[in-house]
Design a protein around this ligand. Structure first.
Ligand code: AMP
Ligand code: GLY
Length: 420
């Protein structure tokens, strides 16, 4: 089978490595991928948002199955376009990807179907938003409606910050059209959990839970990033909480999307906060998380391609999805300065014997050598019978990888260890 994976980061590298385990797979193409994946996939210089070129490539190369991993092509209708040409795909259609593409949509969906989330108001007029904020409880949370590279959420600790946030989004348009509408919501507290789930629109199978580390610096300080590391399972997510989430959040969301005529097929990502009043949805994503995927898939015992195909064929109920009863830890090595300005172009050396544990996010190849080309450069994952063991193994591997300007957090998994 010829497989095509749309996307180019560490998440896509983890998906590719896992799909490669299937013996029927003869070739995997990554569009565009990155230089660090060249040993695992054939790189194709087509951007993940270039839908017509992606479809043309799939037709020309007789692709048997496509995985569309990032949010942008999903929201732009990449799966719709591929399916129109008869190419089976993993990922939701555009009308379902809106669950991530529009926060106004997802908040209204949760309200309509009674799915627990933070209380909120939607504004499309700056003056009305400012009027509301004059008496709103502080801290408050301000979210741009559309995709904003994970940066469209501002936690305002003071009223002044809240005024600034709505002004920058709605008047200065720092996130472009994504700021035409803003959601202002209740500030919640509690441990955060990421749960990715396979769903074919009928059955929903949650994967092992995980914990992201979004802030750039140790101790959860500094700016929000795409994610500096993950651990799985998330020890705060007990079996009892998992059951509550399945009954009050996961299945109700799948059913709500069906009721809206927007059946969701693919990986539905639940960003949850375990508040003193119970689990609440912080965000939905229409795709695998990054870097959650880099800890979840190494724990997947079942064959990923088989599960994905069951999602496509709507036979997930008949499919066994089994996870190892182990822990995993992924430490992201970034370029110093990320998520703002950073230098790139430094040579990366990775010892051969750990290359299986490395998921490359931002690297290019020149004359057979690997060079840094992005903010997040690579992730290093280990699994072990204990979380401490997985953390120790990953940091030992990190110490053996070299590139100038490397930066990584030293405390990935620390909070999870404290939960026990
Ligand atoms: P998001 O981009 O929606 O994942 O939000 C980024 C981060 O902002 C989340 O991971 C939370 O830490 C935080 N956040 C989002 N919404 C809320 C909320 N209602 N209350 C407290 N923190 C929030
Ligand atoms: N790690 C968070 C995300 O993928 O959105």
């Amino acid at each position: 089978m010829k497989i095509m994976v749309v996307g180019g980061g560490g998440r896509e590298h983890a998906i590719i490595k896992k799909i490669k385990e299937n013996k029927n797979v003869t070739e995997i193409f990554a569009l565009p991928g990155n230089g660090g994946m060249a040993q695992d996939a054939t790189l194709v210089n087509i951007g993940a948002k270039d839908i017509s070129a992606i479809v043309q490539f799939a037709k020309d190369n007789k692709i048997d199955y496509a995985v569309v991993a990032p949010d942008d092509p999903l929201v732009l209708g990449c799966v719709d376009a591929l399916e129109e040409e008869g190419i089976p795909c993993f990922g939701p259609k555009a009308n379902a990807a809106i669950i991530e593409g529009s926060k106004v949509f997802s908040k209204n969906l949760m309200k309509k179907y009674g799915i627990p989330t933070a209380a909120y108001e939607v504004f499309d007029d700056l003056q009305k938003a400012i009027e509301y904020l004059k008496t709103a409880p502080i801290p408050t949370v301000i979210k741009a409606d559309g995709l904003a590279l994970g940066k469209g959420v501002i936690i305002a600790m003071t009223r002044e910050e809240a005024f600034e946030a709505v002004t920058s989004m709605m008047q200065d348009k720092v996130f472009g059209k994504s700021g035409d509408h803003v959601v202002i919501e209740e500030f919640l507290t509690g441990p955060e959990v990421s749960v990715l789930a396979f769903t074919d629109g009928k059955t929903c199978i949650p994967m092992v839970s995980s914990m992201d580390h979004k802030r750039a610096l140790d101790g959860d300080e500094g700016l929000n990033t795409g994610g500096m590391g993950t651990v799985a399972p998330n020890p705060y997510y007990t079996d009892d909480i998992a059951k509550i989430c399945y009954d009050t959040i996961f299945m109700p969301t799948v059913n709500a999307m069906n009721a809206e005529g927007r059946t969701f097929k693919g990986c539905l990502y639940f960003g949850l906060m375990l508040t003193p009043k119970g689990p609440r949805v912080i965000e939905y994503n229409c795709r695998f998380g990054d870097p959650e995927t880099q800890v979840v898939l190494p724990l997947l015992e079942s064959d990923l391609l088989t599960v994905m195909q069951a999602v496509t064929n709507e036979t997930l109920a008949e499919c066994k999805v089994v996870f190892k009863k182990e822990s995993a830890c992924c430490v992201i090595m970034a370029s110093k300065g990320y998520p703002t300005a950073y230098e790139k172009g430094f040579e990366i050396t990775i010892p051969e014997d750990i290359s299986d544990s490395v998921y490359v996010a931002g690297a290019s190849v020149k004359d057979g050598k690997l060079y840094t080309s992005g903010g997040r450069v690579l992730g290093v994952t280990s699994t072990d019978s204990t979380l401490q063991g997985a953390i120790d193994k990953s940091y030992a591997k990190v110490a053996s990888i070299h590139f100038d300007n490397a930066y990584y957090r030293r405390d990935i998994g620390k909070r999870a260890l404290q939960a026990k």
